[in-house]
Ligand binder design. Structure first.
Ligand SMILES: [Zn+2]
Length: 360
């Protein structure tokens, strides 16, 4: 199946299924991101560890379960029992007791609560959205195009998950095509997600509230901590053009936030406002990525430890590789405020393009 047909089928999934909860979006977005970061070399099956899928789903809901000012916690389902959201809220509560609001820090400080949340979320994923995702109305049972779901469903317990290797295995070609479609799928999933949350929360309909920023925006308060630490360690100058920066200058996502939700230090650089807004959500030319990844990892780790912030270098390398290798040749890459370049995306002398996908 080619990328076009896969894309059409996914649109059919999104349009036709009953949309009673936002789980389906969280699952698809997590799958797409995993495929970008772990792009297989050829059209081979890709085994996605369920645990990692669960962790990604938790990360997506982590900020979303916070109350929205003046409204409260947003409903994400029409059902009264909402296991995934309850699991995320409980983990947030334990994290708060352990004096952190960061999911990555919570993993270290309250490891048992973290594990429990992941186990819970994985169980729910296998019983519901993973089991139902491909079941379009009128579809013959057993016809699947993303992965074999014959063992999944309501009755599944942990030992059944373990017997199946605790992975969901994507058919050959699916991962490559999901990565190629990520630039279309991610924004579509966000739009539909926002639409459903507004539909599920009557109180939002007449308010002029930026629901999209609440659900998917960047965490501005936190980024101020990164800026202060970067200025201390690297000096206050723009990563791209060297211009002098001040306390209101942006922190730029090297690989655009709209393409991969990577907030780790490895994907963050200080930038001046003109560079930041000119770059917007474009991919930068290879050399900017190389320079950012060449920063001293020990120094980044030290900053991370100081301000309680993840580094995510491996994930950033994986995502860079996936984004450049799956983008169509001829894609303009952002060079500087004065323009773009069109270069070979598979440029052979770029080390991070060659780094094999690590096995975590
Ligand atoms: Zn600049």
């Amino acid at each position: 199946m080619d990328a076009l047909e896969l894309g059409q089928r996914i649109v059919a999934i999104l349009e036709t299924g009953r949309r009673t909860a936002t789980y389906k979006f969280a699952l698809l977005m997590s799958l797409v991101d995993y495929c970008v970061e772990n792009l297989p070399a050829e059209d081979v099956p890709l085994s996605v560890p369920l645990e990692e899928l669960g962790e990604r789903v938790i990360a997506l809901y982590w900020r979303q379960v916070l109350p929205l000012a003046g409204i409260g916690e947003l409903k994400q389902s029409s059902q009264p029992r909402v296991r995934i959201l309850a699991a995320v809220s409980r983990l947030r509560e334990s994290a708060y007791q352990a004096r952190t609001t960061s999911l990555d820090v919570a993993r270290e400080r309250v490891p048992n609560d973290y594990r429990r949340a992941v186990t819970n979320v994985v169980l729910t994923l296998v019983r519901q959205p993973l089991a139902r995702l491909q079941h379009l109305p009128g579809r013959e049972p057993g016809q699947t195009f993303l992965y074999d779901d014959s063992w999944m469903g309501e009755g599944v317990n942990q030992s059944k998950i373990d017997r199946h290797g605790a992975v969901v295995t994507l058919y050959p070609g699916v991962a490559t095509n999901l990565a190629r479609l990520s630039g279309l799928l991610r924004p579509t999933l966000e739009l539909l997600w926002v639409e459903d949350v507004v539909r599920l929360n009557a109180s939002l309909r007449n308010e002029r509230i930026d629901v999209a920023s609440h659900l998917f925006g960047q965490e501005r308060v936190g980024l101020a901590r990164v800026r202060a630490a970067y200025f201390d360690e690297f000096g206050a100058s723009c990563f791209y053009c060297g211009a002098k920066l001040d306390g209101a200058s942006p922190i730029d996502h090297l690989l655009p936030w709209s393409r991969v939700g990577l907030d780790g230090l490895a994907n963050l650089v200080p930038a001046c406002r003109p560079c930041n807004s000119s770059k917007s959500s474009a991919l930068p030319v290879h050399r900017h990525v190389t320079r950012a990844l060449d920063r001293d990892i020990a120094q980044l780790a030290r900053i991370g430890a100081e301000i309680g912030w993840p580094v995510q270098r491996e994930r950033t390398v994986g995502a860079a590789r996936g984004l450049y290798l799956s983008a169509p040749q001829g894609t303009p890459l952002w060079e500087s405020r004065s323009g773009y370049s069109v270069v070979d995306l598979r440029w052979a002398e770029t080390p991070w393009l060659m780094e094999p996908v690590s096995h975590r």
